[in-house]
Design a protein around this ligand. Structure first.
Ligand SMILES: Cc1ncc(COP(=O)(O)O)c(C=O)c1O
Length: 391
């Protein structure tokens, strides 16, 4: 069986799954009169901490804010170096710079596409203060090895878990263990509040500092100073940031969290179908999770075997556009962005595994509201292009 017709309507690369429940909860938040940070944000923090199995969760207005706060709370500052990977969104590295430190990149592991632990130690100097591993696409990093290195060199670990809502490492959700994990609730993420994020930690001191820092540096329970029993007096312990989540976002988050298992099941189902079909095609390489991990399927990153195709990745994407299917690329390596080239002198060739991977990847639509027909359309478009340009 093969579809011959091109899809009539454009299939967006990603869409959040917003239903009546989210709309009603946002309306209730609006009607309650409490639209800034309030009881819904506090409830989401509590429920998210329970969900991942972390001791604390502090809600932020983005994952970017959480990444920045985690480093500041850990005492990272000017003159320090922080190790991360170039196969990430720029926010991972930008926030290291916001903290006053210098990002130091380590190439990725060719199997997981996350930071290669075997290459971390050669980049550690006496200025290194932290490691920010990225659970790329929803794949878990090799955390045992990263934590072993961090412990040996007394480094703080802040996990970029933007893609890792529902990622399991050795049977536990990311966030259940460790000093800091930073999640994103951006519109495309596995749990979406439009913009939003969460910092989870098992360290009491990091949690306390993150709470204060993310709300101007104000002392305890600043959010409730206008509520009954709230105190108008506060102090500023540090010139903090305005990074906190607010209740309209949290209203979305609460109802999204209610259905996170259902949404995840659909992601897994779609990934299974894609893997089955694309795994049998010689022109394509499918994503696979290592044995120690469970993928969150935030992204479905397909690799092209360029040696078996007559076109490159950019042309493949152009063809997907003609097929009316939205796709994306995650990521253009950060070290090749102008600021990083101009400031640190990075160039092509510095991180060969990242660069070769970048040249052959595209991310396909994968989200819970996709119908079976949408999934079929993606499959047939990919098949048609791969077969048409097969060597
Ligand atoms: C790996 C990674 N880290 C951090 C972020 C930043 O997340 P946010 O948009 O919530 O600030 C993103 C966003 O897509 C991301 O993909």
């Amino acid at each position: 069986m093969s579809k011959t017709e091109i899809r009539k309507e454009f299939l967006p690369y990603s869409l959040p799954m917003i239903e009546e429940e989210e709309i009603n909860e946002v309306t209730a938040a609006l009607k309650s009169g409490w639209i800034a940070k309030g009881p819904r944000t506090i409830e989401l923090e509590k429920r998210f901490a329970e969900f991942v199995g972390a001791k604390h969760a502090i809600a932020m207005n983005s994952c970017t804010a959480a990444l920045h706060i985690a480093l500041i709370a850990a005492g990272v500052g000017p003159g320090d170096e922080v190790i991360t990977t170039p196969m990430t969104f720029s926010a991972t590295a930008n926030t290291i710079i916001h903290a006053g430190a210098t990002p130091v990149f380590v190439d990725i592991d060719p199997e997981t596409f996350c930071i290669d632990p075997a290459k971390i130690e050669e980049k550690i100097t006496d200025r290194t203060k932290a490691i920010v591993p990225v659970h790329y696409s929803g794949q878990a990093c090799n955390m045992d090895e990263i934590r072993r290195i961090a412990k040996k060199h007394n480094l703080f670990v802040s996990e970029d878990a933007a893609h890792a809502i529902y990622t399991e490492y050795k049977g536990k959700f990311i966030g259940a263990e460790g000093t800091a994990a930073c999640f994103s609730f951006y519109a495309t993420k596995n749990l979406a509040t439009g913009e939003g994020g969460m910092l989870t930690t098992n360290a009491d001191d990091i949690a306390e500092k993150a709470r204060v820092l993310s709300c101007h540096g104000m002392t305890k329970a600043a959010w409730n100073r206008y509520g009954k029993g709230g105190n108008w007096r506060y102090d500023i312990e540090y010139p903090g940031y305005k990074y906190n989540m607010f209740d309209i976002q949290a209203a979305l988050g609460l109802r999204q969290l209610d259905k996170i298992h259902r949404m995840q099941e659909r992601r897994e189902e779609i990934a299974r179908v894609y893997n089955e079909v694309f795994g049998a095609m010689p022109q394509l390489i499918i994503p696979e999770a290592p044995s120690y991990a469970k993928h969150s399927w935030h992204l479905y990153v397909l690799q092209l075997d360029l040696s078996r195709l007559t076109i490159d990745r950019d042309k493949f994407i152009e063809e997907m556009g003609i097929e009316n299917i939205g796709v994306s690329v995650h990521f253009i390596p950060v070290h090749l962005m102008s600021y990083y080239v101009n400031t640190y002198g990075y160039k092509r060739g510095d991180f060969p595994i990242t660069e070769a991977y970048f040249d052959r990847i595209l991310s396909l639509p994968l989200y819970p509201s996709m119908t079976d027909e949408d999934v079929e359309d993606v499959i047939y478009a990919v098949k048609r292009i791969a077969e048409k340009y097969s060597k």
